[in-house]
Design a protein around this ligand. Structure first.
Ligand SMILES: C[C@H](O)[C@H](O)[C@H]1CNC2=NC(N)=NC(=O)C2=N1
Length: 101
């Protein structure tokens, strides 16, 4: 079934269990910090494998020891859907093992 854009209240409810994530500019967004560059790169690669598994891809912005993650769904005109919430949850679940903060 095609995804549908979530309502503002559905997004707010999803964010209650996604600490550190915000809703900005029609995207779910979070920035992660790492002790150094390579841990940030390793996290990026791990996120990329999950994105391939889900066939859903965030915009990833790597800057030395920081990774910015921003996700929305292109196929519904760039709105937030359940696919974005699922990806955010999967990314969030990976973060502790990578020493992300
Ligand atoms: C065919 C393929 O599944 C689609 O192009 C996927 C790929 N990754 C995607 N990622 C995101 N964020 N939004 C999409 O609509 C999307 N579409």
């Amino acid at each position: 079934m095609a995804p549908r854009p979530l309502s503002e209240s559905e997004i707010a409810e999803a964010l209650e269990s996604l600490p550190g994530w915000t809703f900005e500019d029609d995207r779910l967004i979070r920035g992660y910090g790492f002790a150094a560059h390579l841990p940030a790169v390793a996290f990026l690669v791990h996120v990329a494998t999950v994105q391939e598994e889900l066939a859903h891809h965030a915009d990833l912005a790597l800057t030395y020891n920081r990774l910015g993650v921003a996700v929305h769904t292109h196929s519904v005109g760039g709105k937030v859907t359940e696919l974005d919430v699922t990806l955010a949850r999967r990314v969030e679940a990976l973060a502790p093992a990578h020493g992300a903060r």
